[in-house]
Design a protein around this ligand. Structure first.
Ligand code: AMP
Length: 493
């Protein structure tokens, strides 16, 4: 998963961009990059967290009013620094960009660009391919004035060739900044404007994966880029917008469940409020089970909001019995199982005084492989709990995500071909309770009924782009498994 931000300022943009990027660190902690433009491109990217990559020296070098920032967790490629974003090209124009999503026909496009157009794609990052496809279209107009119409047709060309999910921010040197979402609007992209302090200056414009990235900069107007639409800001800061595809909107439901920040509004839906609603609706199901529960306790952090809602609805005590060490990175993304298990214990610690002799309802956002859940159940048992009921406010996950969320191969899902009783046994809980899929969708949709359906492919296997064939599933799973292997090999070198 990734986060992207593009800012078109009136003054040096890098400090604004840097502070805004800190709000999308949770979307990718493997690498990050900043590109600015002041007549030439300046680029700095590296592996690790934003605070470790950028220092005063490279910030001083990143001059210009235009900037694109990116945080990355790779879903293709090995995560080497060559694959970090943003990317830029020099032909037919200077074009730079970054995206959030995952291109499902990446390997095919990489080959086609090489075989037919003799383009060399140096990285294993799908953004390089998007950039080249876009450039391939506008190359035909290299001796003409590049109008918004040409830009929009280039986006249409991208839609025709590039499959999967993508929320893209591009800057075409001396021509303007462009933001667009894939036809289904799978991944979020927000657009914002703010008036500068000096009245004779033009507005500052921005694109971002989450509304929070623009609200921390005090933007006055923040709205979604429509799915299948593009917004173009030319060098005179005139805005052009066009709907380029009429596919149904299918935003990713997992953004609301786990991924996005609670203070973000995506697709007209506030993430925090959707988690309250997910908690309320799961409480109804739990109530019917008439369980003997003493306390409701969240797995921090994402499950906190829903847990409070559940405790309130069920008129039960809410207790935070698991303490999270904030200084340890996400455990989920470590490729080796052992390292993952070990660091779960370092990451969470139980409070015995909370759990001892209690029947506990533990609440988490999801159960993926079950490694974290198993370790947590064990931890809470060791802390003296009598019964442990494990509730997930999302439905059972059974299918890999091909649109940018790190959910790898099918075999890794604990819920695949298992009953709830079997899952409970595997993670050591007395009972496992999942949210029903209809309730999950209804809860998130409650704030925006214009969205007819979400992408729930990781729960149902129904991929909205309609182009994920069995062969592709096998191929992409193999690619991913190989990536994990080579990451491991590189680590051992
Ligand atoms: P596990 O019990 O090992 O399946 O881990 C479940 C935990 O992983 C939950 O607490 C989620 O908050 C978290 N999680 C779910 N999806 C992801 C993801 N794509 N990346 C990182 N963590 C995730």
């Amino acid at each position: 998963m990734c986060g992207v931000i593009g800012l078109f300022d009136n003054e040096n943009v890098v400090s604004k961009l840097y502070s805004s990027m800190l709000t999308i660190q949770h979307r990718g902690q493997d690498s990050a990059g900043i590109l600015t433009f002041d007549g030439t491109f300046h680029l700095k990217k590296g592996n690790g967290l934003i605070r470790d990559i950028f220092d005063q020296k490279n910030i001083a070098r990143l001059q210009g009013n235009i900037g694109i920032g990116h945080t990355r967790y790779p879903t293709v490629g090995e995560g080497s620094v060559e694959d970090a974003q943003p990317f830029w090209l020099n032909f037919p124009f200077g074009i730079a960009g970054a995206h959030n999503g995952n291109i499902t026909n990446f390997f095919q496009l990489k080959k086609e660009l090489n075989d037919k157009s003799k383009k060399i794609i140096n990285s294993n990052c799908d953004m390089e391919v998007v950039l080249n496809v876009f450039a391939e279209y506008i190359e035909k107009f290299k001796n003409k004035k590049i109008t918004p119409e040409i830009i929009f047709n280039a986006v249409k060309y991208v839609y025709k060739r590039v499959k999967g999910s993508y929320a893209v921010v591009l800057y075409i040197a001396g021509i303007g900044m462009l933001g667009f979402r894939d036809p289904y609007g799978l991944r979020p992209l927000l657009f914002g404007e703010t008036k500068p302090e000096l009245t004779n200056e033009k507005s500052i414009y921005g694109f971002a994966s989450e509304s929070t990235s623009l609200s921390v900069l005090n933007f006055d107007i923040i709205r979604d880029v429509e799915p299948g639409s593009a917004i173009f800001i030319n060098e005179d800061k005139e805005i052009f917008e066009k709907k380029l595809s009429s596919k149904p909107h299918r935003p990713c439901i997992f953004e609301y469940i786990y991924f996005a920040r609670p203070d973000s509004d995506l697709n007209g839906i506030n993430v925090y409020s959707s988690r309250v609603e997910l908690g309320n609706s799961l409480a109804k199901k739990i109530k019917k089970l008439k369980l003997d529960i003493d306390i409701v306790s969240p797995v921090p952090d994402s499950a906190r909001t829903a847990s409070i809602a559940i405790a309130r609805k069920l008129k039960l005590k809410y207790r935070e019995g698991l303490v999270k060490n904030r200084y340890i990175g996400r455990t989920f993304i470590m490729p080796e199982d052992n390292a993952r298990k070990e660091s779960i214990n370092q990451k969470l610690n139980p409070i015995e005084a909370v759990f001892i002799d209690k029947n506990v309802l533990l609440v988490d956002d999801s159960i993926v492989r079950g490694n974290t859940s198993r370790a947590i159940v064990q931890m809470v048992r060791n802390a003296g709990a009598k019964k442990i009921f494990f509730a997930s406010y999302s439905s059972p996950l059974t299918n890999p995500c091909f649109y940018g969320i790190d959910m790898q191969t099918k075999g890794e899902f604990i819920a695949l071909n298992s009953t709830e009783e079997e899952i409970a046994k595997k993670i050591g809980a007395d009972l496992v309770i999942y949210q029903d899929i209809k309730d999950m969708e209804r809860s998130v949709r409650a704030q925006n009924k214009q969205i007819k359906s979400f992408c729930k492919a990781c729960f149902t296997g129904d991929y909205p782009t309609g182009d994920i064939t069995e062969d592709m599933l096998v191929q992409i799973e193999n690619d991913r498994a190989n990536n994990v292997k080579s990451k491991l090999n590189n680590k051992n070198k």
